[in-house]
Design a protein around this ligand. Structure first.
Ligand SMILES: NC(=O)C[C@H](N)C(=O)O
Length: 315
């Protein structure tokens, strides 16, 4: 008989109403029955009971270690999780659990299990299908979609169909699984000194310099369009701050605020000038995955040396 491990971490799926609003209350055992799995054994584990707003990189490391330690005893692993930061956790696990051979499936719900019209059951059933599919790698099962762990974005705050796959096709469970191309490796730690800045018209480049002064080793700037920052034609250019970052050994990645289409900073002068100062392009990754990837890559990079490329992550 096949075996699934169900790890609960909290989220709306496991929440109940309190006088201060929804709060996680259900255990993995409470969620198990709703999966409707009859042809596999489901083991449960209560790892966390948090609204995903309160999940941090320290929790990602705990989840990754837990999955790494148990992966060989199970055909698939399901992680129930709040939807608000699920895309970040999925991306972190995607880069930490490199070449994992079993499916690691994150799921959750927009309304608690047991509430009328809840999407919890349908998502748990979809997650169970993915966990028993023979596919490998970290993925999100939600609203009828299966999305690679480094491509997910929550695009709706209320609707059942809340996630989209960005820059990468969704997973089709009916297609033949592709086994991992290399042996499993756990990337155990993540660099915390990474900041994400969202550009807006009139923003001061002091936002970048203060990150450098605070010891950041990586800065992601969510610029406009294909990835751009104000240059010499603007009231205040970002280029001196980017030069300062490079000299301080800080890796700067320039990406886009657009949801789809990705960044290509070599097209317009407002991106090229940044690239000339060592700034890297965010490519097709959504910000959630870019953040996790930069944290993982910088954990391996010697202090004081900016990364020269993010190409190794091309899908
Ligand atoms: N739908 C949800 O799960 C939202 C919840 N606030 C969470 O992310 O934990």
């Amino acid at each position: 008989m096949k075996k699934i491990l169900l790890i609960a971490t909290g989220g709306t799926i496991a929440s109940r109403e309190t006088e201060h609003g929804l709060r996680p209350a259900l255990s993995a055992g409470d969620l198990r029955a709703a999966m409707g799995v009859k042809d596999a054994a489901v083991e449960t584990l209560d790892l966390l009971s948090l609204d995903s707003t309160n999940i941090t990189p320290t929790h990602w490391e705990r989840i990754a270690q837990c999955v790494a330690g148990r992966r060989q005893a199970h055909d698939g692993i399901i992680i129930t999780h709040g939807t608000d930061t699920m895309a970040y956790t999925a991306a972190a696990l995607y880069y930490m659990l490199e070449h994992i051979a079993c499916p690691v499936v994150l799921t959750g719900a927009q309304r608690p299990l047991g509430m009328e019209g809840s999407d919890a059951e349908a998502n748990l059933r979809l997650a169970a299908r993915a966990a028993l599919s023979g596919h490998s790698g970290v993925m999100i099962a939600f609203g009828g979609r299966i999305i690679h762990g480094n491509a997910a974005k929550k695009i709706h705050s209320r609707a059942d169909d809340a996630f989209r796959s960005i820059g990468r096709a969704e997973i089709d469970l009916n297609e033949a699984p592709i086994p991992p191309s290399a042996p499993f490796h756990l990337n155990e730690t993540l660099e915390r000194r990474v900041a994400v800045l969202r550009l807006y018209p009139g923003m001061s480049p002091d936002a970048v310099t203060s990150c450098i002064r605070n010891g950041c080793r990586g800065i992601i700037i969510e610029g406009y369009g294909l990835g751009s920052v104000p240059t010499g034609d603007a009231e205040e250019s970002f280029l001196p701050a980017l030069q300062l970052a490079y000299e301080a050994g800080c890796t700067v990645v320039l990406t886009t605020q657009c949801i789809d289409g990705g960044a290509d900073i070599r097209r317009y002068e407002v991106g090229v000038r940044a690239a000339e100062l060592g700034v890297l392009s965010g490519g097709s990754l959504p910000i959630e995955a870019l953040y996790a990837l930069l944290m993982q890559r910088l954990a391996e990079q010697p202090e004081g040396r900016p990364l020269r490329s993010l190409e190794s992550i091309a899908q």
